[in-house]
Design a protein around this ligand. Structure first.
Ligand SMILES: CC(C)(COP(=O)(O)OP(=O)(O)OC[C@H]1O[C@@H](n2cnc3c(N)ncnc32)[C@H](O)[C@@H]1OP(=O)(O)O)[C@@H](O)C(=O)NCCC(=O)NCCS
Length: 345
């Protein structure tokens, strides 16, 4: 019972804090899946609670009908039928320009721009929106591919990845139970350079989402040479790269999960480490371990994993689970807005 109570309060506190921060400096967020009922409902929530200025893409009559059916007030929400927009040609030409070197013709670009997912992310590229949220209808692969093609990686990074904001009931882990888990959703088998970039982007995500300085644990089945294998070597190499690129960052590896999280174990296995025993950012060596770990953490602790949230993009674009609710979408809008505020800073 205590665990359930802690879980609810930790999760609500973290999400409430993110929504409040979004409200302080309203961003414009585009929701490409405007003809989805939950998305329409979420747009109403965002407008009423002043989480963001939202643009819904789609046919106005369809969106108004969905608003009626879901009892949503769309005052303050912009509706844009992208296919008939005056900007359509400009957006199609932008996609053509971005993808011409890949053999995309103007005619093909016009077809792509009809897809609201691509149109929305091209608006983000142009600065007509600060970020996008989609995935209630589209698959993760399509959402990520569209963000990669239309927005791309931010300066200084080559790898776009994702993280979960994991909230576990026990506040002694991470920051009041809040931790960053990465990558659990995008990069399937990163090499050491990519793993290092996942760690660098995750450190930033920790500052943005949890508002605390990151302590980054590069996880492995080995702690400080306790096992010898090329899989551990990849993590050791990635840790070295992070230390060279971000000398001020508190990062340590390779560490086993218990050494990363439990002070008593850290004292035995990784004495003298600033990170071990106190990690709030967990970097997994590949998508197998990351994806398995976040699901196990959720199920075994009664915790909540918020995400996947994309990181490393030039501007924030986020993915939803196709089983999401309107409240989940509103939370993703708040997270995207907070990421945009952080990028502008
Ligand atoms: C995200 C994903 C769809 C990208 O797939 P992809 O086939 O490489 O996509 P594309 O080939 O269309 O790549 C588009 C561009 O982005 C680049 N790219 C791909 N992944 C990238 C990444 N993680 N970071 C930066 N750039 C990336 C590609 O090199 C390509 O560049 P180019 O068009 O200039 O040559 C793929 O990594 C994936 O399926 N990941 C797993 C997603 C998943 O199923 N998760 C389940 C758990 S939630």
């Amino acid at each position: 019972m205590i665990n359930v109570y802690c879980k609810i309060t930790n999760e609500i506190m973290i999400l409430q804090n993110i929504r409040e921060r979004a409200s302080r400096d309203l961003c414009r967020i585009v929701l490409p899946e405007g003809e989805d009922a939950r998305t329409v409902q979420a747009a109403g929530i965002c407008a009423n609670e002043k989480i963001a200025r939202v643009t819904l893409l789609g046919r106005e009559e369809v969106i108004r009908q969905l608003a009626k059916e879901t009892n949503s007030n769309l005052n303050g929400v912009e509706i844009l039928n992208h296919r008939t927009s005056d900007n359509f040609e400009k957006i199609a030409r932008l996609y053509h320009e971005l993808r011409r070197s890949k053999g995309v013709t103007l005619e093909e670009a016009e077809q792509v721009a009809k897809d609201s997912l691509f149109y929305g992310n091209l608006m983000v590229h142009l600065g007509e929106a600060d970020g996008s949220v989609a995935g209630a209808i589209n698959s993760t692969a399509n959402v990520v591919r569209s963000a990669l093609q239309c927005v791309g990686a931010r300066e200084g990074l080559k790898t776009v990845s994702s993280f979960f904001l994991m909230v576990v009931p026990d506040p002694k882990f991470g920051h009041n139970g809040g931790m960053i888990y990465a990558d659990c959703g995008v990069v399937i088998n990163p090499n050491s350079a990519q793993l290092a970039e996942i760690a660098i982007a995750s450190a930033d995500s920790c500052r943005t989402m949890l508002g605390v300085e990151p302590k980054v644990a590069m996880l492995s089945f080995s702690t400080k040479g306790s096992a010898k294998h090329e899989m551990a070597d990849k993590v050791i190499e990635a840790t070295k790269i992070v230390k060279v690129r971000m000398p001020e960052l508190e990062v340590d590896g390779e560490l086993q999960a218990d050494a990363a999280l439990v002070p008593a174990v850290a004292r035995k296995k990784a004495e003298g480490s600033n990170v071990a025993g106190h990690a709030n950012v967990l970097i997994f060596p590949d998508l197998n371990s990351g994806n398995i770990a976040y699901k196990l953490s959720e199920r075994l602790t009664g915790g909540t994993a918020i995400g996947p949230i994309l990181q490393g993009l030039d501007k924030p674009c986020n993915d939803l689970s196709r089983g999401c609710t309107a409240e989940d979408i509103a939370n993703a809008v708040a997270i995207t807005a907070v990421q945009s505020q952080a990028r502008r800073r």
